[in-house]
Every structure is written in C-alpha cells, then in structure tokens.
Design a protein around this ligand. Structure first.
Ligand SMILES: Cc1cc2nc3c(=O)[nH]c(=O)nc-3n(C[C@H](O)[C@H](O)[C@H](O)COP(=O)(O)OP(=O)(O)OC[C@H]3O[C@@H](n4cnc5c(N)ncnc54)[C@H](O)[C@@H]3O)c2cc1C
Length: 427
C-alpha cells in the first residue's frame, strides 16, 4: 500500500481521530491547528456505542475507559414546569443492546486523550497555524497559511469545523442554518450535592423539555462538574463570534418559568456563554473536483446536538476515510475512493442530521395537544429502545425515527465492517 503525505486542518476531536486512523494505515500525517495549543470549546461529550466501536478499531478503547465515566445511569426526560419525570431511558442496557456501555466525559479530557494517542503513533502537529485557503490547481493540493507560507501534500483533509475554510475549495455554496441559542454553564458537583433538592441531578443525564426551550444537564464526573446546555430560540452570536459572552442574569431571565429545582440550580451559575447552534446544509460534494481535498466531521455535516451524534458521526468518518484511502494502489486511485467515502457516509449522516433537527423541535414543543401526545408516547416507549432487533448490525438506511431499526442502526453500526464490504465489492 502506498504511503501518502497527508495534511489535516483542525485538531478538534474529529481531526485528531482522523490523524490516528490515517497514521495507523502508515501515512505521514501532519495536523495544522490555528490555536496556539489544544483549545477546547464546550463541556460534556457523550460517547455512544457507534463511536466506541471506532475507538476499539483504533486499539485505544481500553485507554479511553481509564478517562471516561461509563456508568451514565439513566436519561431522564422531565417536564419544564413541574420537573416531573415523563420518561426514563436506562443507559445500563446499552452494553447488552449495542455492545458498549454509554460513556460521558469532559470534552477537554477527550480531546487531550486523542491528542496523546495521536502523538504516540507519530502524528506531527503544527499549532498556531491558521489556514487561509486551500487550492488544487497543480498536481498536488496546497494550503496557504496566514503567515504567507505555503504547504503541499498528496491529500488535504478539512477537519476545521463548522466554519471550515477548506470547505470553500470543495463546496463553496454551502450555508449554515440555525434557530437555537445555547446558554452554556457549569456548576460544581459539590455545590449541587450540598442541596437535597438538587442531589438527584448528580446521577444521569436530565432533559428538561419546555415550550421553545430544552435544558440538558450532563454529569462530567471526570472533572467534578455538571454541565448545563440550555437551548432557546434566538439569534445571539449570529453576527460575529459563535460563543458570545452573556450574563447569568440574562440566562435566568430566559429560563425563569422553569421548575423550582431548575430555578435554584440556575442561581448556582456564576458565569456562562451563549453559543449559536447551527447545521451545515447538504453539500454539493465532500471532495474537490480533482479529488485530493476532502472533508470530515462538522466541516461537512455539522448537526444540532439533540442526539449527541455530531462527534460520533465525525469519528465514524475518520475510520471510513482511512479505510477508503487504504484501498488506493496509487495516488491516481484517490479521487474515486474519496467519492466512495462520500457515498458510504452521506446517506447515514444526512438522516442523522435531519432527525437531530426534528428532535430539537419535538423536545421543545409549546404546551398543548402535540406536547401531550409526545409525552404520552414517551411514557409508553423508552427513547432509543432497541425493540425486537435480532442483534445483527443494520446496514440499510431506516425510513426515519419511527422505524424500529433506527436505534440499532444508529448505535450498533459497524462503519468499518460496512466500508470494507463495500470497498471489496467495488474493487
Ligand atoms: C452543545 C453541543 C453538545 C454536543 N454534544 C455532543 C455529544 O454529546 N456527542 C457527540 O457525539 N457530539 C456532540 N456534539 C457535536 C460535537 O461537538 C461536534 O460534532 C464535534 O466536536 C465536531 O468536531 P470537529 O473536529 O469536526 O470540529 P471542531 O471541534 O469545530 O474542530 C475544528 C478545529 O479546527 C480548527 N480550525 C478551524 N479553522 C481553522 C483554520 N482555518 N486553520 C487551522 N485550524 C482551524 C479549530 O480551532 C478547531 O480546533 C455537541 C455539539 C454541541 C454544539
């Protein structure tokens, strides 16, 4: 198998995973990151079965377990006004259902973990290097850095997130859509635990569903904090930075009609930011016309976070891309293999992206008939219930959220196995 020189733009979770995947296939990999060191945006990240399967494929799952908390407990879906639990999803069954116990950890912890693993396998890093543009007029694609220098490679991978510059060379007509603001804050577990009314929130993940609002509380036991992601309709941050500063006073005002327990919890918040949540429109293509520049993760399919699948799907991309490139006998094979990568990934991620947006709406319905019907449905069936599934990975695309195959298809998907089968068939 030929070894290519590959430049990856972006040292986010997906860029790091892609670096590990490609390096493990023997390629020379260098990651360029605009920030001066590993900079982490965000707080908690849930790592579901489909993502863990990739970590196992990379041989790093056992190390990952030394960082992550695998006893998530339950997911609780609550009423916004009373705090009543409407539905409970027992996450302990995830291992039996889908092969891996559901994990959660701080984003900082996860990013540092992937960074250390990438360094261990020999990935090179250049921090403080902002990519301004990517071009492929000559035989090899090049990227231009802010300081004026130019680098070339056999393949350039854009893992530069939702505001991707690399995407300009691949699918310049892409646009971002957005309707949610997300107020984000952390509270120490110690402070929460000292109040008997708030102590029940120290276990599990709590979704509070209300009219045009959704609050997700996640425990990050690895760093001793609880994260609060509080969604509401709005356009804060739309002009300029994605994470605009705000005040706890403003945040409390927006969520002031929530249950007394939540009100009390919000008084414990000392500082918060407001984050614009957006998704990327369906791209014309995931790779450039000459086929040496390709996108992964949020750069090509950023989605709303309502299923906790943005990172998972990006990490699946990393493994499928590495697999596809490994089928190249010469560099000339790469363009068509990048097309294969897109054809394997796009139908899956676009369905997940659509369902995430739908769940955002469903979980924030105004009080009324539809909301009552939703609550009734959730009382009857656990969200993400595996149903009568026979335990075999599902490859065909489900019809939608109500398809009984949807959850097993989402969570027990064998991205690498599926890619190998398809690549062998097409070889
Ligand atoms: C509130 C919220 C909660 C979420 N929760 C979950 C969850 O529980 N589970 C889950 O699977 N997903 C979750 N997601 C989604 C997940 O966070 C993202 O899908 C994932 O982090 C995307 O990773 P990425 O590496 O593609 O992009 P990013 O994390 O955005 O990384 C891009 C990197 O590229 C760098 N960069 C950008 N431009 C340039 C440039 N021009 N030159 C050089 N470097 C550049 C950036 O500095 C950054 O380091 C959540 C998202 C949100 C908003």
């Amino acid at each position: 198998m030929p070894q290519f020189d590959i430049l990856i733009v972006g040292a986010g979770l997906v860029g790091l995973a892609t670096a590990i995947g490609l390096r493990k296939k023997g390629h020379g990999v260098c990651v360029l990151e605009s920030t001066s060191n590993l900079q982490v945006i965000g707080d908690a990240i849930a790592v579901g079965s489909n993502q863990q399967r990739i970590l196992e494929h990379y041989g790093i799952l056992q190390d990952f377990y030394t960082r992550a908390v695998s006893d998530i407990g339950c997911m609780y879906y609550r009423s916004w006004s009373s705090g009543e639990i409407i539905s409970t999803r027992d996450m302990k069954t995830q291992k039996a259902d889908y092969g891996y116990a559901s994990c959660i950890l701080s984003r900082a912890g996860y990013q540092d973990f992937l960074y250390q693993q990438a360094k261990k396998v020999g990935v090179e890093f250049l921090f403080g290097q902002r990519v301004e543009s990517v071009e492929e007029d000559g035989p090899r694609p090049i990227l231009k850095l802010k300081d004026g220098s130019v680098l070339e490679a056999d393949i350039i991978v854009g893992a530069d997130g939702i505001k991707s510059k690399v995407r300009m060379a691949v699918s310049p007509n892409a646009h971002l859509t957005s309707q949610w603001d997300c107020y984000r804050a952390t509270v120490s577990r110690e402070r929460l635990g000292s109040d008997p009314e708030l102590r029940p929130y120290l276990k599990g993940i709590h979704f509070t569903m209300g009219p045009n609002l959704l609050i997700i509380l996640s425990n990050m036991a690895d760093i001793g904090d609880v994260s609060l992601n509080m969604y509401c309709l709005g356009d804060a941050g739309s002009a300029g930075s994605w994470s605009a500063p705000t005040t706890p006073v403003q945040m409390r005002e927006i969520f002031k009609d929530c249950s007394p327990a939540l009100q009390k919890m919000l008084t414990l918040v000392d500082k918060c930011i407001v984050w614009k949540v957006a998704q990327v429109s369906s791209l014309d293509s995931w790779s450039s016309s000459n086929g040496k520049i390709v996108l992964v993760g949020d750069a090509c399919h950023a989605m709303t976070p309502h299923q906790g699948q943005g990172c998972s799907t990006g990490i699946e991309d990393s493994a499928v891309l590495s697999e596809c490139i490994s089928y190249a006998k010469t560099i000339e094979d790469v363009p068509s293999l990048l097309k294969t990568y897109e054809s394997l990934r796009r139908p899956r991620v676009e369905l997940i992206q659509g369902i995430s947006a739908f769940l955002g709406k469903l979980w924030s319905l105004p009080d009324g008939e539809q909301q009552q019907q939703r609550d009734e449905d959730m009382r009857k069936t656990q969200p993400y219930y595996a149903g009568a599934w026979d335990g075999k990975p599902i490859e065909s695309i489900p019809t939608g959220l109500r398809d009984p195959n949807y959850s097993p298809w989402l969570m027990a998907y064998d991205a690498v196995g599926f890619a190998r089968k398809e690549l062998d068939a097409r070889a």
